[in-house]
Design a protein. Structure first.
Length: 282
């Protein structure tokens, strides 16, 4: 098995890490990840399995059921395990490159640095993350992406560009998660958009409504009222699951793993990719 360790930023490493270490920026870009592209091409020069176009043309959708092993595995010259050491944003960047390069057959392990939604979702115990990354087994999960080709590692949010109440509609499959027109002077306990996370099984996405802004600034009276009211920042009763989340509105702020899209959008879709991710997790 070939092991490639992607050290993103100044993430700490063991004294004598196995495999090849590639030192990258905190959030690597496409150019930074060219060595990963080259290694994947070396280990699978030609993919004999059905292409993405061929999969999407199939009359049924078994590929959107329970996530499964990569069909390319029997054809590899050697297994490839990619260990990402860094933040959720770093993992999203690597996962996005793997998805766009169509080599999601590579095994992907994660050693989180700092607070990590991915670590919670995948059940990674930070003190044991290195042992898991190097010695753990593959347990496939769905890949969730946006229509702009960005992969979601841990979570994504859809909110109003000005961080006030949202005007627009968000739908999970055929279920309307919210349909709302923003009201003035609502500071909390309102309708502020949605947060979504990738699931580890079908159908792929779990989403809930947000009940307060991304960065609430409250005076002391509002803080007391919120504490007494017991309103959480997310509405757990609104939970909906599905294969796709579609949103539309005049000025949406879309953030993936802490990285905000550079401009407001009028529509965005998150959906399950046609291939699954070969994750190393407990």
């Amino acid at each position: 098995m070939r092991v490639l360790i992607l050290r993103c930023g100044d993430a700490p490493l063991p004294a004598d890490p196995p495999g090849t270490v590639l030192n990258l920026p905190e959030i690597p870009g496409r150019r930074d990840l060219r060595p990963l592209d080259a290694l994947a091409a070396e280990l699978l020069p030609a993919d004999p399995t059905p292409s993405l176009d061929e999969i999407s043309a199939q009359p049924d959708v078994p590929h959107l059921g329970a996530p499964g092993p990569a069909p390319q595995a029997p054809h590899l010259k050697e297994r490839l395990r990619v260990v990402v050491v860094g933040t959720d944003a770093a993992l999203s960047a690597v996962l996005t490159r793997m998805m766009r390069g169509d080599y999601l057959w590579a095994e992907l392990a994660f050693v989180p640095v700092g607070e990590s939604v991915v670590a919670r979702n995948w059940g990674i115990d930070a003190p044991k993350a290195w042992d898991l990354a190097l010695g753990g087994q593959v347990r496939p999960v769905p890949v969730i992406r946006s229509d702009q080709g960005i992969a979601v590692a841990g979570s994504a949010t859809i909110r109003s560009w000005d961080d006030g109440e949202i005007t627009g509609e968000i739908v999970v499959d055929s279920h309307v998660l919210l349909r709302h027109e923003a009201r003035e002077d609502v500071r909390f306990n309102g309708v502020f958009g949605a947060r979504l996370v990738p699931m580890v099984d079908a159908p792929g996405i779990a989403a809930v409504r947000a009940t307060e802004p991304e960065n609430p600034v409250l005076n002391w009276r509002e803080k007391v009222a919120r504490r007494l009211g017991g309103a959480p920042p997310l509405d757990p009763d609104s939970l909906a699951t599905g294969r796709a989340v579609q949103a539309g509105g005049p000025a949406l702020a879309v953030t993936v793993d802490g990285v905000r899209h550079r401009r407001p959008l009028e529509r965005v879709t998150f959906y399950r990719h046609l291939r699954d991710l070969q994750v190393i997790r407990p």
